[in-house]
Design a protein around this ligand. Structure first.
Ligand code: SDX
Length: 428
């Protein structure tokens, strides 16, 4: 392939360099387009064909169903790593030594207290508030109690801000659940690992000895690894663009949480279970719902199906489906919703409408079945996604700042009114 792309307009030719990625992906570098052509811009609703940055964090190939964090296959990380180690890999670029991981864990544990005043903000929310709205607000509120986390110009300041949010976010998420359930807002224990501590903070009852089933711990750790990063998805792009104005890490993550909340994005894991429950309560006839999903006059979509990038199986969905079967079997849980999900996927995967549009189950299709088996309430599913995605957001934000990316400010194609003269109100 040549090293340049040529654009021919009105008899004039304009050349633009072709950039090659590590995995031989190719991009047309159009940074000179508007200047060279006297004002020409591109238009690409939803950025389906547009790259926003160069990144070394995550590689995915949607056609082949490949996902790698810092070059390591998701299948290997899900099987052999743990969530804190994978978080370190995403944020700092290399798998940690034993000493590095111990130091990271110790630094996180040393920051795992949240100012008691934060409880007043939490208690200002009604119990009915959706946890994603609460967690986004609490994350933004962290800035007030950690003002030094905003201007992270030095490596040390950046590290401190990272360790603080890694430590405090799980506390905020757990307290959000406990408030909804009328439980006292408690901490876990420094003697526990990152994910075990999260589970204790979420579920420990003040009058019981805490014990976590290793099957539950392993499943939760694996789910968090699988959600840890996914290149330039909607919420990560939000974290990057907010950070590109030099707003702090916590403000950027708070915005990312709000983007993740949407049912077309991370909110899909809650929407999937609600859809499967609807199908179950409607007699279990998923064929009817597949017909609805195909009916253009019906706004219903098959939640947990389809993906902007994966036009093949989402590798995470494959891993989660196997884990869902294992966890339910190990815990002796029979969940009719899993059978409905499997039956629905089977029919959809053989249906022309879905096949011609390359619609496959995505990460959200089976994850809710495991969360439910682990005793996590459905409204907390997307918060669990956010806990998993936190290291990915941090890694991408850190990369954007270290690369001194310019402030994100897209152009537009104006389709409004031409110049008009102002008419006074009595003449309108
Ligand atoms: C996540 O980007 C990421 O990486 C996200 C994520 C991550 O880890 O960060 O992977 C996590 O958000 C996974 C996606 C979760 N969302 C859902 O499961 C919601 C249901 N899926 C869709 O709404 C949709 O598939 C999207 C939003 C995921 C992708 O939408 P696109 O890429 O904009 O595709 P599209 O809407 O243009 O659809 C193309 C065609 C359309 O039909 P036609 O106009 O060609 O006739 O496929 C149809 C769509 O109507 N279609 C669906 C469908 N998804 C797409 N039809 C029925 N059911 C669906 N789920």
């Amino acid at each position: 392939m040549s090293e340049i792309a040529t654009l021919k307009i009105n008899g004039q030719e304009f050349e633009f360099p072709l950039l090659k990625g590590t995995e031989k992906e190719t991009a047309i570098d159009i940074k000179t387009l508007r200047g060279a052509t006297g004002g020409l811009i591109t238009l690409d609703a939803g950025y389906k064909n547009t790259g926003s940055c160069k990144s070394a964090v995550t590689f995915l190939d949607g056609e082949k169903g490949i996902l790698r964090y810092r070059g390591y296959a998701i299948e290997d990380l899900a099987e052999k790593s743990d969530f804190l180690e994978t978080s370190y890999l995403l944020i700092f670029g290399e798998l940690p030594t034993e000493a590095q991981l111990e130091q990271f864990q110790a630094d996180i544990q040393s920051e795992s207290l949240v100012d008691e005043e934060m409880k007043k903000i939490l208690h200002g929310f009604p119990k009915s508030a959706h946890p994603m709205g609460v967690v986004s607000a609490l994350t933004s509120s962290l800035i007030a109690f950690n003002p030094e986390s905003v201007n992270v110009d030095s490596e040390e300041e950046m590290y401190k801000a990272i360790v603080k949010i890694m430590a405090k976010f799980p506390v905020l998420a757990a307290w959000t659940l406990r408030k909804k359930e009328g439980l006292p807002l408690e901490y876990g224990s420094k003697s526990l690992g990152y994910v075990e501590n999260l589970y204790k903070m979420m579920f420990n009852k003040p009058n019981e000895e805490f014990a976590i089933n290793p099957i539950v711990l392993n499943a939760l750790d694996k789910l968090l690894i699988l959600h840890a990063d996914h290149e330039q998805n909607c919420s990560t792009s939000t974290v990057r663009i907010v950070g590109s104005s030099h707003a702090g890490l916590y403000a950027s993550i708070s915005a990312g949480i709000s983007a993740l909340w949407g049912p077309l994005h991370g909110g899909a894991n809650q929407a999937v279970i609600e859809m499967l429950e609807d199908i179950k309560n409607d007699g279990g006839d998923y064929h009817k719902y597949i017909a609805k999903a195909k009916d253009k006059s019906d706004p219903f979509r098959l939640m947990g199906f389809g993906h902007r990038v994966y036009k093949n199986f989402d590798p995470r969905a494959k891993i989660i489906q196997v884990a869902a079967e294992e966890v339910l079997a190990d815990l002796g849980i029979v969940d009719p919703v899993l059978d409905i999900a499997k039956g629905l996927a089977e029919v959809a995967l053989n249906d022309t409408y879905f096949k011609t549009r390359n619609l496959y189950p995505n990460v959200d299709f089976y994850s809710g079945i495991i969360y439910r088996a682990l005793g996590i309430p459905v409204e907390m599913f997307t918060v669990m996604f956010a806990i998993g995605r936190l290291p990915g957001w941090i890694a991408q934000w850190k990369e954007m700042r270290e690369n001194n990316e310019p402030i994100g400010r897209p152009r537009q194609l104006y389709v409004g009114e031409n110049l008009r003269s102002f008419s006074s109100r009595e003449n309108r």
